[in-house]
Design a protein around this ligand. Sequence first.
Ligand code: 5AD
Ligand code: SF4
Length: 410
Amino acid sequence: MLEKHGFSQTDDIADADLIILNTCSVRAKATDKVYSALGRIRRAKKESALLGIVGCVARESGADAFRRIPELNFVLGPQSYHKLPEIIKTPDTKLLNIDLGGLEKFDELPKMEKSPLVAYIPIQEGCNHCCTYCIVPYTRGRELSRPFDDVIKDTINAAKTGAIEICFLGQNVNGYKYTDENGKLYKLSDLIKEAAKLSEIQRIRFTSSYPTEMSDDLIEMFGVEPKLLPFLNMPIQSGSPNILKKMNRPDDLDAYKTIVQKLKQVRPDIQISSDFIVGFPGESDEDFEQTLNIAREIKYINSYSFKYSPRPHTAAALMPNQISEQIKSVRLQRLDLQLNENQREFNMACIGKEMVCLMEGTDKTGHNIVFRTPYMQQCIVEKPSVEITPLQKIKITDANKSCLRGEIIK
Ligand code: 5AD
Ligand code: SF4
């Protein structure tokens, strides 16, 4: 969009005519980082340079952002990126747009002319679940699914311009539902089926899934569609039904485990990843032990763990029995030990296996090529003398907790 206005990218803040911070407000730390970065940037930038924030911190701060950082020229929420050129036309004004509205931005943003090997394609935005810790329903609004045809058009465009892996994106991606003008309902499984027909697309994945929305048609896709990677991010957040209730999350652990079993039945090599929050208000030692237990039992890999962070506009921020930073830190450390152990165990079990991996680039030394396995592990391979294609069959020869090593199979 900006290229159409004559802009090109620079790494030098002092040289930039336009500076945009794309922001996340899901935890306080991310928001704080935005303001400390803005403090640095306003001193380093040219006086004439336009400076702005886009995304969820913009939505959360609104006009207050201009008061905190007077040098800001624009504050655009996550549904208003397409308004950005307005500030180029009228640089002397302050541009504020944090409306949630609909999904018009997708109609207005230009098509990618060249896609990376992995194309991230948004299929829905917003979230109708109201997890009590989460600011997303406030920053992104109610769930909206993009029209099926639009998503497929973007997927075809990505395939024709260089993508070989598609990742469908959404805050509640498996809640995707679109009814066309003839009343025909489309779900995520329909998008996967359609994308898999494209010969250029070799790998398909999606993130992030809500456990109780893993419908049977979607689970079945893992059994019938080989292009769908055997890896699923399905956050559980906590292993304690008591805390899950307070989080307003699905609290039936047996139902969660049944979904995992069904997935394993149709795709025995599937692995699951999760997000975890430790130190949610009222979390006892016993509740936390249950989180450790579920992490061990499901053997989650590639997972994310966070200390609970009170957020504005959320119910949990007002709950009694907030947990101290110190306890949160200890719990996070203990959970990370378990998650690292799971990862190490899985990585070690991969030694000797052959996997088709996607090239990501060279490493810092320049002597090795970094690949992504179907489970999103990093796999490092010594640079071969012959030319290689982006998808390679690799034999895993070694592993530790953070990555694999392998050899290209001719
Ligand atoms: N504090 C800590 N972690 C949070 N997440 C969302 N909100 C919060 C919060 N207030 C985590 C959840 C979610 C991931 C994207 O961020 O684990 O899955
Ligand atoms: Fe936030 Fe995810 Fe819960 Fe929606 S499902 S409220 S995005 S944590």
